[in-house]
Structures are given as structure tokens and as C-alpha cells.
Design a protein around this ligand. Structure first.
Ligand SMILES: Cc1cc2nc3c(=O)[nH]c(=O)nc-3n(C[C@H](O)[C@H](O)[C@H](O)COP(=O)(O)OP(=O)(O)OC[C@H]3O[C@@H](n4cnc5c(N)ncnc54)[C@H](O)[C@@H]3O)c2cc1C
Ligand code: HEM
Length: 397
């Protein structure tokens, strides 16, 4: 259904109502949806439901849509990011009807007085328009990937060809297709949607893992940190570390993601915290293959040397690239030569960085990226030269 001006005005008039309810709306929505359609628990990351990140991300998206419904171009970047994420979960058109139904029923149940037939008609039309946008973009992404040499549709089975510890917490897995075929390439920075069903687990689990080396047409490599906090072990990462070995099979969607290296033939600064170093490895390896001539600075922070993955490999790339490496260990007492102590203070190396003409790529914990981005902005780096990836539901940093 086409949106009329009246639909647009009506949707906009409900913004204060949405704002006052906040993410409680999407929390209610997800509870409703998982009660009526429990099969979707195989698709969604149920940990993000418990920790609240995903309900907040969905609420922000819906509030932004209502706000910009008469100027959707503003949302292009966000829509592309979400569409890429959706394709890594193999989200299908018929699932949009389920989500739409529960969204409308949520509005009706939470605000029965305000949810008049006009409001219902406007939101049904507005949701339909947004769903059609996602379905079209996602269908194009699926088709493009399937059409390339080595491409595929839906989940494809992969066998673990090697498993290598990179540090105390991070282990790499090289994945080859079980069917023996080739695999499509990717732009360094992109990730794979990986699915498995841990033994004893109630649901399938799907997680994203950045590709951690250059594309080679035959296999993919991911590098996974063992996650856990407050005595709750991360489901997928611990299962991969403890139970998935060479010869075992997992499933994966084709590479996706809108965070990737953009070749502008300018100096490059890669900045990572902890396991946020995985996309940076893919970028560095790809630039080494291409013999990228511009200066590259790689700034990395982690807890201590024992958790410093890919250290020797990165240093070996100095022979092929115009590469400067700066490292911070947060914990004092295990300084390696040339390593800085404490938090990543960019001031210490700012004179060596291309602050006025470089492209900056960030990946790491949200707090780390906020801390670093703020420093870069203070040093005069323009916001549109700072690109970042989050290892979880999106937030603006
Ligand atoms: C684009 C993208 C790229 C990524 N790339 C990488 C990568 O290259 N390498 C990598 O290691 N990871 C990467 N990740 C993260 C990865 O997808 C997983 O999120 C990560 O492995 C944790 O998954 P898990 O199943 O082990 O943990 P989950 O079970 O999802 O748990 C996550 C965290 O929540 C905590 N938790 C669980 N339940 C609760 C609760 N009830 N209350 C409070 N806390 C709780 C757990 O202790 C754990 O610390 C990426 C994510 C994205 C989105
Ligand atoms: C118009 C409708 C929809 C909107 C506005 C929307 C919005 C979002 C947003 C904002 C995110 C977070 C993206 C990020 O982290 O960057 C997300 C993730 C996700 N969406 Fe959607 N979505 C819609 C429809 C659907 C449908 C139909 C499904 C399938 C049932 C779905 C499944 C998922 C899943 C599985 C994730 C990842 C969840 C996680 O990591 O916890 N979405 N969506």
C-alpha cells in the first residue's frame, strides 16, 4: 500500500507515545513474538534478548523510521547495515509478516486508547513500506552473492580444516565447504553468519564472526574469542573452543557487512581493542597482497601480552607494507619492548598519524571505541573519515 500524507502525519503524531514507552515496547514485542512463534528462537540471538541490546536497537530503528518517514534517505546507511545483518541470519520475506503482526498487536495492546483505526491503518501501511524496502535490498544481496563464482543461497555446510590458538583467549578456525567447491570473495572487514546447534542446547545459535585474513577463494578463516562474564559462559564461542574440532561441520551464510576497507589510496589507520583486531587482520593481509603503497598505522590495545593475538604476524607484515605498529597493554608489569602501558592514549603517537588525510577504521568494545573516537575528533579527524564496527547490536559511538 502506498503511504498517503495522512498516513505520514498519523505515524508522526504517535512519536511522543513511542518515545514515552521507550524500548519497553520492543521488549513487550519480543516477548509476544517468542511466545506465539517460538520457532524464531532458533533465529534470534537469545542472549541479546536477555542483555537488552537487541530490543534497544530495534526500538531505535522504529523511532528513527517514524521520525524520518517523509525523508527516508537519511536512513539509507542504517537500512543497509540492518539488511546486511539480516542476510547473515538468512532472514526471509515471509518472516516480515510475522514481525509486522506482532508489532501492530503490541501497539494495540500497550496503547488501546490511542490505537484508533486511523492509527492502525497508518502503521500497517508504514510497516509494509519499510518491510518492502528491506525485503528488496536483502533479496538483491542474496541474489548477488549466489550469482558469483563460489556463491550460494541459504546456509552452506563447512568443515573445520584447521584450529589454531592465537593467544590465551582467541582461536582461529579455517572453514572449507563440505561440497568441495570454491567460496566467494569478500571485502576485508566483512563477517560470516555462522550457525550451529550446540549439543544439549535448546535452540540453533547464529553468531557473526569477522573474516580474519585476506580472501583466497577456497576457504574462510574466523578467529573467535572465548566469551564470558559474571560466570555466564558465552554459548557459541565456548562451544567452538571446547567442542568444535578439525573435521567437524558448521553452517555459514555468505560474507556480509557494511564495514569494510574502502580503497581511496590514502594513508590508513587501523585501531582495535581486544578481539576487535579480527577485521584489521583481514585488512592488513589484503593490503599486503595488494602491495598497498600508502602508509598504514596499526594501533592495538589489549589486556596483556598473553592476550595479544597475531602479534608476530602483524610485525612480519612490516617487510611488505609501509606499516607502523603501536601497542598498548592495559595491565602493567608485562611490558614488551616498545609497548605502551595503560589505556590507548592517541596523544602519545599523534605526530605519526595522518590526522588530516587518513581513513580511520575502529573495532573493539563500545566503551573503547567511544574513548578512541572522542580522542580522534579532538585531534581534528573528521567524523566521516572514522569507520567502525560493533561486535553486537548497533549503537552510535
Ligand atoms: C559484525 C560482528 C562481527 C563479529 N566478529 C567477531 C570476531 O571476529 N571474533 C569474535 O570472537 N567475536 C566476534 N563477534 C561477536 C560474536 O558474534 C559473538 O557475539 C560472541 O562470540 C559471543 O557469542 P557467544 O554465543 O559466545 O556468547 P553469548 O551467549 O551470546 O553471550 C555474550 C555475552 O553475554 C553474557 N551473558 C549471557 N547471558 C547473560 C545474562 N543473562 N546477563 C548478562 N550477561 C549475559 C555472556 O557472559 C557473554 O559475555 C562479532 C559480532 C558481530 C556482530
Ligand atoms: C521492518 C522490520 C524490521 C526492522 C526495522 C528491523 C530492525 C533491526 C535492527 C535495528 C537490528 C539490529 C541491527 C544491528 O545490530 O546493527 C536487527 C537485527 C536483527 N533482526 Fe531485524 N528488523 C526487522 C525485521 C526483522 C525480521 C522480519 C526478522 C526475522 C524474523 C528479523 C530478525 C533480526 C535478527 C535475527 C537480528 C539480529 C539479532 C541479534 O543480533 O540479536 N528482523 N533488526
Amino acid at each position: 500500500m502506498m503511504l498517503s500524507q495522512q498516513h505520514i502525519d498519523t505515524v508522526k503524531s504517535t512519536i511522543p507515545l513511542l518515545a514515552s514507552a521507550g524500548p519497553a515496547i520492543t521488549q513487550y514485542f519480543y516477548n509476544r513474538m517468542f511466545t506465539h512463534n517460538p520457532e524464531l528462537k532458533h533465529v534470534f540471538n537469545m542472549t541479546h534478548q536477555k542483555t537488552g541490546g537487541q530490543p534497544a536497537a530495534l526500538f531505535n530503528a522504529i523511532a528513527a523510521y517514524a521520525t524520518h518517514i517523509d525523508n527516508l534517505e537519511v536512513l539509507t546507511g542504517a537500512v543497509m547495515r540492518i539488511a546486511h545483518k539480516h542476510t547473515s541470519f538468512n532472514i526471509k520475506p515471509d518472516q516480515y509478516a510475522i514481525v509486522g503482526h506482532h508489532l501492530i498487536e503490541t501497539l494495540r495492546e500497550l496503547a488501546p486508547d490511542a490505537f484508533t483505526s486511523d492509527v492502525e491503518e497508518a502503521w500497517v501501511a508504514a510497516y509494509g513500506q519499510l518491510a518492502d524496502i528491506f525485503i528488496k535490498i536483502e533479496s538483491d544481496l542474496y541474489q548477488e552473492r549466489a550469482a558469483q563464482a563460489g556463491g550460494w543461497l541459504d546456509f552452506r555446510r563447512f568443515r573445520v580444516a584447521s584450529k589454531t590458538a592465537e593467544s590465551e583467549l582467541v582461536t582461529s578456525f579455517v572453514l572449507e565447504p563440505v561440497d568441495g567447491g570454491a567460496v566467494i570473495g569478500y571485502v576485508p572487514g566483512q563477517y560470516l553468519g555462522v550457525k550451529l546447534h550446540p549439543k544439549g542446547n535448546e535452540f540453533d545459535e547464529i553468531r557473526q564472526y569477522s573474516l580474519s585474513t585476506a580472501p583466497n577463494g577456497q576457504s574462510y578463516r574466523i578467529s573467535v574469542k572465548r566469551e564470558g562474564s559474571n560466570n555466564i559462559a558465552g554459548v557459541m564461542s565456548n562451544y567452538l573452543h571446547d567442542h568444535v574440532n578439525v573435521g567437524d561441520e558448521i553452517e555459514a551464510m555468505p560474507p556480509a557487512g557494511d564495514f569494510f576497507f574502502q580503497d581511496k589510496q590514502t594513508p590508513v589507520v587501523l585501531i582495535s581493542g581486544g578481539v576487535g583486531l579480527t577485521p584489521m587482520q583481514a585488512i592488513l593481509d589484503t593490503l599486503a597482497k595488494q602491495q598497498y603503497a600508502q602508509p598504514i598505522s596499526y594501533l592495538h590495545a589489549c589486556a596483556h601480552q598473553g592476550q595479544h593475538s597475531f602479534d608476530a604476524h602483524v610485525n612480519s607484515l612490516k617487510e611488505q607494507l609501509n606499516l607502523s605498529v603501536y601497542t598498548w597493554y592495559e595491565q602493567a608489569g608485562n611490558e614488551a619492548q616498545g609497548v605502551l602501558n595503560g589505556m590507548m592514549q592517541i596523544d602519545a603517537v599523534k605526530d605519526s598519524l595522518p590526522l588530516t588525510d587518513g581513513e580511520f577504521y575502529l573495532c573493539g568494545p563500545v566503551g573503547f571505541m567511544m574513548f578512541v573516537k572522542q580522542q580522534l575528533l579532538t585531534l581534528g579527524v573528521e567524523a566521516d573519515r572514522i569507520h567502525y564496527e560493533l561486535f553486537g547490536p548497533h549503537k552510535d559511538v
